[in-house]
Design a protein around this ligand. Structure first.
Ligand SMILES: C=C(CC[C@@H](C)[C@H]1CC[C@H]2C3=CC[C@H]4[C@H](C)[C@@H](O)CC[C@]4(C)[C@H]3CC[C@]12C)C(C)C
Ligand SMILES: C[S@@+](CC[C@H](N)C(=O)[O-])C[C@H]1O[C@@H](n2cnc3c(N)ncnc32)[C@H](O)[C@@H]1O
Length: 359
């Protein structure tokens, strides 16, 4: 091969690599770039150890049951996955029903706006986002309702990301983000005119603890809506395949134990809420929420190649490959949970804090 052909081939390979990693990198349009993947607040050299530590929680089930350890375990999980989620999914860390003719972005926004419409808040009122992630829902909700949203997340790295996105979106005057535990919130009682939580309370070891804390900080008469991760009426505990799918979902999503749909309203009533409405938003006529996961398979395979290359050349932390592999498997368990109908990530409950405690 003469030198011209050699240079051309090298140029083509370099161009293809650049396109594969940098241009095609963000699986979602305008998402985080593959080159920026990090371990959140964990330093690059500790990502692998933290990944192993994450798994050790599942090897010691007693520990996971002890409520005090769960927030730390969830925090570690979000240090490991936040950048990958943003890169490959976007800024809203939840599912939504597929809407024919609409993009994922629009379907996501519609699902978020529905939450704030349900709690009936007025512009300028104060609302709580319990478990806010990097604030995708918070920004859509603030823009739609003009309410003042305060989000809380256990993960410091997500606070930084959320604040950055709020500022870039010009919504920092409506959106405030706090790092803290939603089982013990740094807010006075009767502070908020409404509250919502999107696919977040599933991380609480006991639902009662997070619901009673949300109840405490809400004003009497105000509304709370939650999209809960549950096992449905189709789930059979004795079915080995069902058990395998649910365990796969718990392990790949930092869940101390998925709860049954039956426990949700019972818990809400137990802490003092009046249940206004309860509906599984995944049920027909809604179109499958898992179709986005299924359609993305080719992109996830491509993402894996990108992660392996970036890890090998030292751009992404070493443990990123393990984390990505775990998420790849999780996508499969979630899809199986959706297809079999034994699992729903959007069991909606709307509750009111009574005007008087004794009501
Ligand atoms: C509510 C929670 C998170 C729900 C979803 C936002 C995430 C659940 C599984 C995640 C993903 C799985 C596969 C990844 C893929 C292999 C990668 O290349 C790109 C990112 C994924 C698509 C990733 C994105 C976020 C999820 C869909 C839980 C934690 C309570
Ligand atoms: C799957 S993400 C959903 C985020 C956001 N609701 C969204 O839809 O984009 C779950 C969120 O709950 C938060 N979370 C979990 N346990 C928490 C706890 N004990 N206290 C505060 N936040 C918590 C996580 O940090 C994360 O931000």
């Amino acid at each position: 091969m003469d030198s011209v052909a050699l240079y051309c081939t090298a140029g083509l390979i370099a161009g293809a690599l650049y396109w594969f990693i940098c241009v095609l990198g963000p699986a979602e349009r305008k998402g985080k770039r593959a080159l920026d993947l990090s371990g959140g607040s964990i330093s690059a050299e500790n990502v692998k150890d933290n990944y192993n530590q994450y798994w050790s929680f599942f090897r010691r089930p007693k520990e996971i049951e002890s409520a005090e350890k769960v927030p730390d375990f969830v925090d570690t999980f979000y240090n490991l996955v936040t950048d990958i989620y943003e890169w490959g999914w976007g800024q809203s860390f939840h599912f939504s029903p597929h809407i024919p003719g609409k993009s994922h972005k629009d379907a996501t926004r519609i699902h978020e706006e529905m939450a704030v419409d349900l709690i009936n808040v007025k512009p300028g009122q104060k609302i709580l986002d319990a478990g806010c992630g990097v604030g995708g829902p918070m920004r859509a909700i603030a823009a739609h309702s003009k309410a003042q949203v305060t989000g809380i997340t256990i993960n410091e790295y997500q606070v930084q990301r959320a604040k950055l996105h709020n500022k870039k979106a010009g919504l920092d005057s409506l959106c405030n983000v706090v790092c803290g535990n939603f089982l013990k919130m740094p807010f006075d009682e009767n502070t908020f005119d409404g509250a919502y939580s999107i696919e977040a309370t599933c991380h609480a070891p006991k639902l009662e603890e997070v619901y009673s804390e949300i109840f405490r900080v809400m004003k009497p008469g105000s509304l709370f809506v939650s999209y809960e991760w549950v096992t449905t009426e189709k789930y059979i505990d004795e079915d080995e395949e069902h058990k395998d799918v649910i365990q796969g979902i718990e392990r790949g999503d930092a869940l101390p134990g998925l709860r049954s749909y039956k426990d949700i309203a019972a818990t809400a009533k137990k802490v003092g809420f009046e249940v206004v409405k309860e509906k599984d938003l995944a049920k027909p006529p809604s179109k499958p929420w898992w179709s986005r996961l299924k359609m993305g398979r080719l992109a996830y395979w491509r993402n894996h190649v990108v992660v392996v290359i970036l890890s090998a050349i030292g751009v992404a932390p070493k443990g990123t490959v393990d984390v990505h592999k775990m998420l790849f498997k999780t996508a499969d368990y979630l899809t199986r949970g959706g297809e079999t109908g034994i699992f729903s990530p959007m069991h909606m409950i709307l509750c009111r804090k009574p005007e008087k405690a004794s009501e």
